[in-house]
Design a protein around this ligand. Structure first.
Ligand SMILES: [Zn+2]
Length: 474
Protein backbone atom coordinates (compact mmCIF):
# COMPACT_ATOMS: atom_id res chain seq x y z
CA UNK A 1 0.00 0.00 0.00
CA UNK A 2 1.28 3.49 -0.83
CA UNK A 3 1.97 5.85 2.08
CA UNK A 4 -0.74 8.52 2.42
CA UNK A 5 0.10 11.89 0.82
CA UNK A 6 1.57 14.36 3.29
CA UNK A 7 0.13 17.86 3.36
CA UNK A 8 1.58 21.12 4.66
CA UNK A 9 -0.66 24.17 5.02
CA UNK A 10 1.26 27.45 5.23
CA UNK A 11 -1.33 29.68 6.86
CA UNK A 12 -1.74 33.44 6.52
CA UNK A 13 1.63 34.51 5.14
CA UNK A 14 2.11 38.29 5.18
CA UNK A 15 2.66 37.95 1.44
CA UNK A 16 3.11 35.06 -1.00
CA UNK A 17 5.42 36.26 -3.80
CA UNK A 18 5.03 33.58 -6.46
CA UNK A 19 7.43 34.58 -9.28
CA UNK A 20 4.94 32.78 -11.56
CA UNK A 21 4.21 33.82 -15.15
CA UNK A 22 2.30 36.90 -13.95
CA UNK A 23 4.67 37.74 -11.07
CA UNK A 24 1.60 37.50 -8.82
CA UNK A 25 1.86 38.49 -5.16
CA UNK A 26 -0.89 37.54 -2.68
CA UNK A 27 -1.08 39.41 0.63
CA UNK A 28 -2.32 37.56 3.73
CA UNK A 29 -2.65 34.21 1.96
CA UNK A 30 -2.18 30.49 2.45
CA UNK A 31 -0.21 27.92 0.43
CA UNK A 32 -1.24 24.28 0.48
CA UNK A 33 1.41 21.67 -0.29
CA UNK A 34 0.38 18.12 -1.17
CA UNK A 35 3.20 15.61 -1.41
CA UNK A 36 6.06 17.28 -3.26
CA UNK A 37 3.92 19.77 -5.23
CA UNK A 38 2.17 23.06 -4.61
CA UNK A 39 -1.56 22.32 -4.54
CA UNK A 40 -3.12 25.76 -4.22
CA UNK A 41 -2.70 29.37 -3.10
CA UNK A 42 -5.55 31.37 -1.57
CA UNK A 43 -7.24 32.69 1.55
CA UNK A 44 -8.66 30.46 4.27
CA UNK A 45 -7.76 27.21 2.52
CA UNK A 46 -9.17 24.13 4.25
CA UNK A 47 -6.57 21.91 5.94
CA UNK A 48 -6.67 18.30 4.70
CA UNK A 49 -6.83 15.69 7.45
CA UNK A 50 -3.47 15.20 9.13
CA UNK A 51 -1.90 18.27 7.49
CA UNK A 52 1.07 19.95 9.17
CA UNK A 53 0.01 23.55 9.76
CA UNK A 54 2.61 26.33 9.79
CA UNK A 55 1.54 29.70 11.19
CA UNK A 56 3.14 32.10 8.69
CA UNK A 57 1.70 35.37 10.00
CA UNK A 58 4.33 38.09 9.72
CA UNK A 59 6.34 35.98 7.28
CA UNK A 60 7.15 36.37 3.61
CA UNK A 61 6.60 33.23 1.51
CA UNK A 62 8.81 32.78 -1.54
CA UNK A 63 9.91 30.00 -3.86
CA UNK A 64 13.26 28.65 -2.63
CA UNK A 65 16.39 30.16 -4.15
CA UNK A 66 18.33 28.32 -6.85
CA UNK A 67 22.13 28.38 -6.78
CA UNK A 68 23.63 27.96 -10.26
CA UNK A 69 27.36 27.89 -9.47
CA UNK A 70 29.45 26.63 -6.58
CA UNK A 71 32.57 24.68 -5.59
CA UNK A 72 31.62 23.10 -2.30
CA UNK A 73 35.09 21.65 -1.68
CA UNK A 74 36.44 25.22 -1.35
CA UNK A 75 34.36 25.77 1.78
CA UNK A 76 37.26 24.69 3.96
CA UNK A 77 39.62 27.32 2.49
CA UNK A 78 37.55 30.44 3.12
CA UNK A 79 39.58 33.57 3.79
CA UNK A 80 43.01 31.90 3.69
CA UNK A 81 45.36 34.80 4.67
CA UNK A 82 47.97 34.25 1.91
CA UNK A 83 45.43 34.90 -0.88
CA UNK A 84 43.00 37.29 0.76
CA UNK A 85 44.12 40.05 -1.62
CA UNK A 86 45.04 37.96 -4.69
CA UNK A 87 43.39 38.00 -8.11
CA UNK A 88 42.12 34.81 -9.75
CA UNK A 89 45.24 33.24 -11.27
CA UNK A 90 47.47 33.88 -8.21
CA UNK A 91 44.60 32.87 -5.90
CA UNK A 92 44.17 29.59 -7.81
CA UNK A 93 47.82 28.57 -8.06
CA UNK A 94 48.28 28.95 -4.29
CA UNK A 95 45.03 27.26 -3.26
CA UNK A 96 45.63 24.31 -5.61
CA UNK A 97 48.41 23.35 -3.16
CA UNK A 98 45.82 22.94 -0.37
CA UNK A 99 43.12 21.45 -2.58
CA UNK A 100 45.52 18.69 -3.62
CA UNK A 101 44.74 17.22 -0.20
CA UNK A 102 41.00 16.70 -0.75
CA UNK A 103 39.57 13.23 -0.12
CA UNK A 104 35.98 11.91 -0.06
CA UNK A 105 35.87 12.67 3.71
CA UNK A 106 36.99 16.27 3.13
CA UNK A 107 34.47 16.75 0.32
CA UNK A 108 31.70 15.29 2.47
CA UNK A 109 32.22 17.69 5.36
CA UNK A 110 32.83 20.65 3.03
CA UNK A 111 29.53 19.84 1.28
CA UNK A 112 27.69 19.59 4.60
CA UNK A 113 28.93 23.09 5.43
CA UNK A 114 28.18 24.65 2.03
CA UNK A 115 24.84 22.94 1.46
CA UNK A 116 23.82 23.47 5.09
CA UNK A 117 24.51 27.18 4.75
CA UNK A 118 22.62 27.29 1.47
CA UNK A 119 19.54 25.67 3.06
CA UNK A 120 19.68 27.99 6.06
CA UNK A 121 19.81 31.03 3.77
CA UNK A 122 16.85 29.94 1.67
CA UNK A 123 18.28 27.87 -1.15
CA UNK A 124 16.28 24.78 -2.15
CA UNK A 125 18.22 23.75 -5.28
CA UNK A 126 21.95 23.96 -5.76
CA UNK A 127 24.40 22.97 -8.42
CA UNK A 128 28.03 22.24 -7.66
CA UNK A 129 31.15 22.24 -9.83
CA UNK A 130 33.77 19.79 -8.58
CA UNK A 131 36.67 19.80 -11.02
CA UNK A 132 39.70 18.72 -9.01
CA UNK A 133 40.43 15.02 -8.60
CA UNK A 134 43.79 14.45 -6.88
CA UNK A 135 45.56 11.28 -7.97
CA UNK A 136 45.95 10.34 -4.30
CA UNK A 137 42.18 10.31 -3.66
CA UNK A 138 40.02 7.39 -4.73
CA UNK A 139 38.14 9.55 -7.24
CA UNK A 140 34.76 9.09 -5.55
CA UNK A 141 34.44 12.75 -4.67
CA UNK A 142 31.11 13.54 -6.36
CA UNK A 143 29.66 10.51 -4.58
CA UNK A 144 30.71 12.09 -1.26
CA UNK A 145 28.95 15.38 -1.94
CA UNK A 146 25.85 13.56 -3.18
CA UNK A 147 25.80 11.75 0.17
CA UNK A 148 25.88 15.12 1.98
CA UNK A 149 23.07 16.53 -0.21
CA UNK A 150 20.89 13.52 0.52
CA UNK A 151 21.58 13.74 4.24
CA UNK A 152 20.50 17.40 4.34
CA UNK A 153 17.61 17.11 1.84
CA UNK A 154 18.55 19.72 -0.79
CA UNK A 155 17.71 19.35 -4.50
CA UNK A 156 21.11 18.86 -6.09
CA UNK A 157 22.70 19.31 -9.52
CA UNK A 158 26.32 18.19 -9.12
CA UNK A 159 28.47 18.65 -12.20
CA UNK A 160 31.29 16.27 -13.07
CA UNK A 161 34.10 18.75 -13.52
CA UNK A 162 37.62 18.11 -14.68
CA UNK A 163 40.98 19.54 -15.66
CA UNK A 164 43.24 18.00 -18.28
CA UNK A 165 45.97 20.61 -18.83
CA UNK A 166 48.44 20.65 -15.94
CA UNK A 167 51.39 22.97 -15.39
CA UNK A 168 53.75 20.92 -17.55
CA UNK A 169 51.49 21.58 -20.57
CA UNK A 170 50.88 25.30 -20.06
CA UNK A 171 47.90 25.05 -17.70
CA UNK A 172 47.57 26.44 -14.18
CA UNK A 173 46.87 23.34 -12.02
CA UNK A 174 49.52 20.93 -10.67
CA UNK A 175 49.86 17.80 -12.80
CA UNK A 176 48.63 15.48 -10.04
CA UNK A 177 45.10 16.92 -10.04
CA UNK A 178 44.43 16.62 -13.78
CA UNK A 179 43.03 13.57 -15.58
CA UNK A 180 42.90 12.14 -19.09
CA UNK A 181 39.83 12.39 -21.31
CA UNK A 182 39.37 8.61 -20.99
CA UNK A 183 39.34 8.71 -17.17
CA UNK A 184 36.89 11.63 -17.15
CA UNK A 185 34.48 10.10 -19.67
CA UNK A 186 34.47 6.76 -17.85
CA UNK A 187 33.70 8.37 -14.49
CA UNK A 188 31.03 10.60 -16.05
CA UNK A 189 29.32 7.51 -17.50
CA UNK A 190 29.52 5.84 -14.08
CA UNK A 191 27.94 8.82 -12.32
CA UNK A 192 25.16 9.17 -14.90
CA UNK A 193 24.25 5.49 -14.53
CA UNK A 194 24.39 5.61 -10.74
CA UNK A 195 22.67 8.90 -9.96
CA UNK A 196 21.15 10.92 -12.82
CA UNK A 197 17.36 11.28 -12.63
CA UNK A 198 15.87 13.28 -15.51
CA UNK A 199 12.29 13.26 -14.13
CA UNK A 200 10.49 16.63 -13.62
CA UNK A 201 10.66 16.32 -9.83
CA UNK A 202 14.19 14.97 -9.77
CA UNK A 203 16.21 15.53 -6.60
CA UNK A 204 19.45 14.84 -8.45
CA UNK A 205 20.65 15.59 -11.95
CA UNK A 206 24.21 15.27 -13.17
CA UNK A 207 25.75 17.79 -15.58
CA UNK A 208 29.22 17.81 -17.19
CA UNK A 209 31.60 20.66 -16.50
CA UNK A 210 35.22 21.03 -17.66
CA UNK A 211 36.81 23.66 -15.41
CA UNK A 212 37.72 26.54 -17.71
CA UNK A 213 39.39 27.44 -21.01
CA UNK A 214 42.76 27.62 -19.25
CA UNK A 215 42.71 24.16 -17.69
CA UNK A 216 41.26 21.76 -20.29
CA UNK A 217 41.99 20.67 -23.86
CA UNK A 218 39.64 21.22 -26.78
CA UNK A 219 39.13 17.47 -27.07
CA UNK A 220 37.75 17.41 -23.50
CA UNK A 221 35.22 20.09 -24.39
CA UNK A 222 34.01 18.35 -27.56
CA UNK A 223 33.93 14.85 -26.07
CA UNK A 224 32.02 15.91 -22.98
CA UNK A 225 29.56 17.88 -25.12
CA UNK A 226 28.94 14.76 -27.20
CA UNK A 227 28.47 12.61 -24.09
CA UNK A 228 26.10 15.15 -22.48
CA UNK A 229 24.01 15.38 -25.62
CA UNK A 230 23.77 11.58 -25.89
CA UNK A 231 22.29 11.48 -22.36
CA UNK A 232 20.31 14.75 -22.41
CA UNK A 233 22.53 16.37 -19.74
CA UNK A 234 23.46 20.02 -19.36
CA UNK A 235 26.94 21.47 -19.84
CA UNK A 236 28.64 23.99 -17.60
CA UNK A 237 31.98 25.80 -17.30
CA UNK A 238 33.57 29.10 -16.29
CA UNK A 239 33.81 31.59 -19.14
CA UNK A 240 35.14 35.13 -19.60
CA UNK A 241 35.63 35.58 -15.87
CA UNK A 242 38.72 37.82 -15.98
CA UNK A 243 40.79 39.89 -18.38
CA UNK A 244 43.63 37.40 -17.81
CA UNK A 245 41.42 34.62 -19.16
CA UNK A 246 40.55 36.61 -22.28
CA UNK A 247 44.27 37.27 -22.83
CA UNK A 248 45.05 33.56 -22.30
CA UNK A 249 42.46 32.54 -24.91
CA UNK A 250 43.73 35.12 -27.43
CA UNK A 251 47.26 33.73 -27.00
CA UNK A 252 46.44 30.01 -26.76
CA UNK A 253 43.56 29.75 -29.23
CA UNK A 254 43.85 33.00 -31.20
CA UNK A 255 40.31 33.97 -30.25
CA UNK A 256 38.10 35.29 -27.45
CA UNK A 257 36.52 32.84 -24.94
CA UNK A 258 33.03 33.05 -26.47
CA UNK A 259 34.39 32.33 -29.97
CA UNK A 260 36.29 29.39 -28.54
CA UNK A 261 33.15 28.10 -26.78
CA UNK A 262 31.25 28.31 -30.04
CA UNK A 263 34.06 26.55 -31.91
CA UNK A 264 33.93 23.57 -29.53
CA UNK A 265 30.11 23.32 -29.71
CA UNK A 266 29.43 25.04 -26.41
CA UNK A 267 26.69 27.53 -27.21
CA UNK A 268 23.09 26.36 -26.82
CA UNK A 269 20.09 26.04 -24.50
CA UNK A 270 21.74 23.10 -22.70
CA UNK A 271 24.82 25.18 -21.73
CA UNK A 272 25.30 27.61 -18.85
CA UNK A 273 28.43 29.59 -18.09
CA UNK A 274 29.59 30.95 -14.76
CA UNK A 275 30.52 34.65 -14.81
CA UNK A 276 30.52 35.98 -18.42
CA UNK A 277 32.04 39.20 -17.08
CA UNK A 278 34.12 40.23 -20.09
CA UNK A 279 31.68 39.77 -22.97
CA UNK A 280 30.74 42.21 -25.72
CA UNK A 281 27.24 43.32 -26.83
CA UNK A 282 27.64 41.12 -29.91
CA UNK A 283 28.49 38.12 -27.70
CA UNK A 284 25.46 38.84 -25.50
CA UNK A 285 23.31 38.67 -28.66
CA UNK A 286 24.82 35.26 -29.47
CA UNK A 287 23.98 33.98 -25.98
CA UNK A 288 20.40 35.23 -26.36
CA UNK A 289 19.98 33.76 -29.83
CA UNK A 290 21.36 30.36 -28.81
CA UNK A 291 19.58 30.27 -25.41
CA UNK A 292 22.91 29.93 -23.59
CA UNK A 293 22.49 30.59 -19.86
CA UNK A 294 24.66 32.53 -17.41
CA UNK A 295 25.24 32.18 -13.69
CA UNK A 296 26.02 35.64 -12.37
CA UNK A 297 28.26 35.54 -9.28
CA UNK A 298 28.49 39.12 -8.00
CA UNK A 299 30.27 38.50 -4.67
CA UNK A 300 32.97 36.40 -6.31
CA UNK A 301 33.49 39.00 -9.04
CA UNK A 302 33.84 41.73 -6.43
CA UNK A 303 35.98 39.62 -4.06
CA UNK A 304 38.52 38.71 -6.77
CA UNK A 305 38.28 42.09 -8.49
CA UNK A 306 37.24 40.38 -11.73
CA UNK A 307 34.90 43.10 -13.01
CA UNK A 308 31.17 43.76 -13.42
CA UNK A 309 29.22 41.36 -15.66
CA UNK A 310 26.84 43.16 -18.03
CA UNK A 311 23.77 41.58 -16.43
CA UNK A 312 21.18 44.30 -17.15
CA UNK A 313 22.14 44.11 -20.84
CA UNK A 314 21.94 40.30 -20.76
CA UNK A 315 18.47 40.39 -19.20
CA UNK A 316 17.32 43.00 -21.75
CA UNK A 317 18.58 40.80 -24.59
CA UNK A 318 16.71 37.78 -23.21
CA UNK A 319 19.69 35.74 -21.97
CA UNK A 320 18.63 33.28 -19.23
CA UNK A 321 20.42 34.53 -16.10
CA UNK A 322 20.52 32.94 -12.64
CA UNK A 323 22.69 33.65 -9.62
CA UNK A 324 25.55 31.67 -8.12
CA UNK A 325 27.47 31.99 -4.89
CA UNK A 326 30.59 30.58 -6.58
CA UNK A 327 33.07 28.66 -4.45
CA UNK A 328 33.17 29.55 -0.82
CA UNK A 329 36.79 30.57 -1.16
CA UNK A 330 36.07 33.28 -3.74
CA UNK A 331 32.99 34.59 -1.97
CA UNK A 332 33.52 33.20 1.52
CA UNK A 333 29.80 32.56 1.98
CA UNK A 334 27.23 30.15 0.56
CA UNK A 335 24.44 32.71 0.81
CA UNK A 336 22.35 32.99 -2.35
CA UNK A 337 19.97 35.47 -0.72
CA UNK A 338 23.04 37.67 -0.18
CA UNK A 339 23.89 37.31 -3.88
CA UNK A 340 20.51 38.76 -4.84
CA UNK A 341 21.29 41.83 -2.72
CA UNK A 342 24.85 42.00 -4.08
CA UNK A 343 23.51 41.89 -7.65
CA UNK A 344 21.14 44.76 -6.90
CA UNK A 345 23.90 46.89 -5.40
CA UNK A 346 26.69 46.03 -7.86
CA UNK A 347 24.78 46.98 -11.02
CA UNK A 348 23.80 50.30 -9.46
CA UNK A 349 27.51 51.12 -9.01
CA UNK A 350 27.87 51.07 -12.77
CA UNK A 351 24.42 51.94 -14.11
CA UNK A 352 22.80 54.16 -11.47
CA UNK A 353 19.97 53.50 -9.03
CA UNK A 354 17.49 52.49 -11.75
CA UNK A 355 19.88 49.94 -13.34
CA UNK A 356 18.16 46.98 -11.67
CA UNK A 357 15.39 46.58 -9.07
CA UNK A 358 14.85 44.21 -6.14
CA UNK A 359 12.23 42.01 -7.81
CA UNK A 360 14.41 41.49 -10.90
CA UNK A 361 17.20 40.27 -8.61
CA UNK A 362 14.84 37.99 -6.68
CA UNK A 363 13.50 36.64 -9.97
CA UNK A 364 17.06 35.79 -11.05
CA UNK A 365 17.55 34.06 -7.68
CA UNK A 366 14.44 31.90 -8.14
CA UNK A 367 12.81 31.47 -11.54
CA UNK A 368 15.89 32.61 -13.45
CA UNK A 369 18.12 30.04 -11.79
CA UNK A 370 15.57 27.27 -12.33
CA UNK A 371 15.52 28.07 -16.06
CA UNK A 372 19.32 28.11 -16.24
CA UNK A 373 19.49 24.65 -14.64
CA UNK A 374 16.56 23.39 -16.75
CA UNK A 375 14.43 22.63 -13.70
CA UNK A 376 11.20 23.92 -15.15
CA UNK A 377 8.97 23.14 -12.14
CA UNK A 378 11.23 24.88 -9.61
CA UNK A 379 11.66 28.57 -8.79
CA UNK A 380 7.97 29.53 -8.59
CA UNK A 381 4.92 29.03 -6.41
CA UNK A 382 2.09 27.88 -8.67
CA UNK A 383 -0.31 24.92 -8.63
CA UNK A 384 1.64 21.88 -9.83
CA UNK A 385 5.09 23.38 -9.28
CA UNK A 386 7.60 21.76 -6.94
CA UNK A 387 7.03 22.27 -3.20
CA UNK A 388 10.28 24.21 -2.71
CA UNK A 389 9.20 27.08 -0.49
CA UNK A 390 10.82 29.34 2.10
CA UNK A 391 9.44 31.54 4.86
CA UNK A 392 11.28 34.67 6.00
CA UNK A 393 10.29 36.22 9.33
CA UNK A 394 9.70 39.92 8.72
CA UNK A 395 8.92 40.59 12.37
CA UNK A 396 12.58 41.02 13.23
CA UNK A 397 14.26 44.24 14.17
CA UNK A 398 16.23 44.27 10.91
CA UNK A 399 12.98 44.55 8.93
CA UNK A 400 11.16 46.92 11.28
CA UNK A 401 10.10 50.01 9.37
CA UNK A 402 10.42 48.22 6.00
CA UNK A 403 6.89 46.78 5.85
CA UNK A 404 5.82 49.20 3.08
CA UNK A 405 6.97 46.59 0.58
CA UNK A 406 7.50 43.21 2.24
CA UNK A 407 9.06 41.67 -0.89
CA UNK A 408 11.70 44.31 -1.67
CA UNK A 409 12.33 44.61 2.08
CA UNK A 410 14.39 41.42 2.08
CA UNK A 411 16.99 42.97 -0.25
CA UNK A 412 16.92 46.54 1.05
CA UNK A 413 16.80 45.73 4.76
CA UNK A 414 17.50 42.89 7.19
CA UNK A 415 20.37 41.99 9.50
CA UNK A 416 20.47 38.22 8.91
CA UNK A 417 19.92 35.92 5.98
CA UNK A 418 18.81 32.88 8.00
CA UNK A 419 15.30 31.88 6.92
CA UNK A 420 12.65 30.76 9.37
CA UNK A 421 11.52 27.73 7.35
CA UNK A 422 12.83 25.94 4.27
CA UNK A 423 10.74 23.25 2.57
CA UNK A 424 12.33 21.15 -0.19
CA UNK A 425 10.23 18.68 -2.18
CA UNK A 426 7.50 18.87 0.47
CA UNK A 427 9.88 18.16 3.40
CA UNK A 428 10.72 20.69 6.11
CA UNK A 429 14.54 20.85 6.14
CA UNK A 430 14.93 24.10 8.11
CA UNK A 431 12.63 24.88 11.02
CA UNK A 432 12.95 27.94 13.29
CA UNK A 433 16.21 28.78 11.52
CA UNK A 434 17.88 25.42 12.22
CA UNK A 435 18.65 22.42 10.02
CA UNK A 436 16.25 19.60 10.87
CA UNK A 437 18.34 16.71 9.58
CA UNK A 438 21.83 17.42 10.88
CA UNK A 439 23.59 18.71 13.97
CA UNK A 440 25.08 22.06 13.00
CA UNK A 441 27.54 22.07 15.90
CA UNK A 442 28.98 18.74 14.79
CA UNK A 443 29.41 19.96 11.19
CA UNK A 444 31.17 23.12 12.37
CA UNK A 445 33.58 21.26 14.64
CA UNK A 446 34.48 18.63 12.04
CA UNK A 447 34.90 21.29 9.32
CA UNK A 448 37.27 23.43 11.38
CA UNK A 449 39.39 20.44 12.38
CA UNK A 450 39.56 19.18 8.77
CA UNK A 451 40.39 22.64 7.38
CA UNK A 452 43.27 23.13 9.86
CA UNK A 453 44.63 19.67 9.05
CA UNK A 454 44.60 20.34 5.27
CA UNK A 455 46.52 23.60 5.64
CA UNK A 456 49.04 21.97 7.96
CA UNK A 457 49.67 19.10 5.54
CA UNK A 458 49.98 21.44 2.54
CA UNK A 459 52.46 23.65 4.43
CA UNK A 460 54.55 20.64 5.38
CA UNK A 461 54.68 19.44 1.76
CA UNK A 462 55.25 22.78 0.01
CA UNK A 463 56.92 25.01 2.60
CA UNK A 464 54.32 27.71 1.79
CA UNK A 465 53.01 29.58 4.84
CA UNK A 466 49.32 29.89 3.92
CA UNK A 467 48.60 31.73 7.15
CA UNK A 468 50.92 34.66 6.36
CA UNK A 469 49.85 37.97 4.76
CA UNK A 470 52.42 38.74 2.04
CA UNK A 471 50.35 40.93 -0.24
CA UNK A 472 49.17 44.17 1.28
CA UNK A 473 46.87 46.64 -0.49
CA UNK A 474 49.03 49.33 -2.10
ZN1 LIG B 1 33.62 29.12 -9.99
Amino acid sequence: MNAPTKHILIRNARCVATFDDNSAEFPNSDVLISGNRIHSIGRDLAAPEGATIIDASGKLCLPGFVNCHHHLFQTLTRGVPLVQNAELFEWLTNLYEIWREITPEVVHVAALVGLGELLLTGCTTSSDHLYLFPRASDGRLIDAEIRAARELGIRFHPTRGCMTRGKSRGGLPPDDVVQTDEEILADAERLIAAYHDPSPDSMLRIALAPCSPFSVDESTMTELAALARRHGLRLHTHLAETRDENAYCEEMYGMRPVDWAEKVGWLGPDVWFAHAVHISPEEIARFAESGTGVSHCPASNMRLGSGIAPVPAMLKAGVPVGLGVDGSASNDTSDLWGEARNAMLLHRVEGGAAAIDARTCLRMATRGGAAVLGHELAGRIAPGSLADVILIDLEKIGFAGAAHDPVAAILFAGDSHIVDTNIVNGEIVVENGRLTRALEEHIVRTANETAAEMVKTATKKTGIDFLSFPKQPS
